[in-house]
Design a protein around this ligand. Structure first.
Ligand SMILES: Nc1ncnc2c1ncn2[C@@H]1O[C@H](COP(=O)(O)OP(=O)(O)OP(=O)(O)O)[C@@H](O)[C@H]1O
Ligand SMILES: [Mg+2]
Length: 269
């Protein structure tokens, strides 16, 4: 018997034929480190020799331009009427934050407008050929996430969470949404796993322990890596000095290891 399916993404469109692989960085909850992971993962993939574009899909809180020190750049148009992405640290970046009159101009958009702006970024940006298009998703499980799932053949989603129970509850919702829409989950990143005191180097489990591993086991998804809460990573984001490029050796390795685990997970060396 024929079945009616609602919102299926079994055969999504492909609005990004220029990208070999599409990685969506998502979470259930806001503020857990999606943008930090997106930025550093993109750069780590570029450091490994891949051609990488980063699409900031968080139209209401576009944080990636500041994290990449391009917040004062404005988008330029090519002769072919395409938007030219900004470039820094070896990656190409497109964000709504590069299109507003000033970096802090708020966008008061209905979600349908936000979605069509993102479609324009996908289709009318001069990305060139990409090995990876990394998408920094807004928090939650709403319209933008659903549209991306329908319009792009996402290779894998990465879920960012903190070890805290309340964050893990939200992450379960995000996992269920991804499973329902048929998107492969590439793995979980536990961010802010523990705090490293800058003066003593002592480690404190501020948000609790073992949450990422528990969720990874419960849903049978790989734990790609853990990133501690450090002063260096926070300062690096605020100052547009991404940790994987300009941080301490340890900080570089947290993100490089995540990139390498992801490549193994999706079968690329
Ligand atoms: N491991 C870390 N160590 C120190 N600071 C961190 C770490 N991860 C993220 N931060 C800081 O926490 C804040 C939130 O991180 P980020 O913006 O990446 O989260 P997000 O999930 O993208 O948030 P939003 O839901 O608002 O988009 C930022 O100020 C960032 O610099
Ligand atoms: Mg963000």
């Amino acid at each position: 018997m024929k079945q009616v399916s609602y919102g299926t993404t079994a055969k999504p469109n492909n609005r990004a034929r220029y990208a070999k692989h599409i990685i969506a960085v998502t979470s259930g909850k806001g503020g857990v480190g999606k943008s930090t992971v997106s930025v550093n993962l993109s750069i780590a993939l570029a450091q490994l020799g891949h051609r990488v574009g980063l699409l900031d899909a968080d139209v209401y809180g576009p944080d990636t331009p500041r994290m990449l020190q391009i917040e004062n750049e404005r988008v330029q148009w090519s002769d072919h009427n395409q938007m030219i992405p900004s470039e820094n640290f070896g990656i190409k970046i497109m964000s709504v934050g590069l299109t507003t009159p000033t970096p802090d101009t708020p966008l008061v958009w209905r979600s349908s407008v936000a979605v069509s702006a993102l479609m324009q970024f996908l289709e009318e940006t001069a990305w060139g050929e990409l090995d990876f298009l990394v998408i920094d998703m807004p928090p939650g499980t709403g319209d933008i996430q659903l549209t991306m799932a329908e319009e792009l053949p996402i290779t894998a989603a990465i879920i960012v969470t903190t070890p805290q129970q309340i964050s893990l509850d939200d992450v379960s919702r995000a996992i269920m949404m991804l499973k329902e829409t048929g998107i492969r989950i590439g793995g979980l990143v536990e961010n802010m796993s523990y705090f490293i005191a800058p003066d003593t180097g002592a480690e404190y489990a501020i948000f609790g322990e073992g949450g990422g591993k528990y969720t990874a086991t419960k849903y049978n998804i790989p734990l790609l890596g853990k990133v501690p809460l450090t002063m260096g990573i926070r300062k690096g984001s605020d100052r547009g000095r991404p940790s994987v490029a300009l941080g301490s050796e340890d900080e570089k390795n947290y993100f490089r290891d995540i990139a390498k685990s992801l490549l193994v997970e999706i079968g690329i060396d």
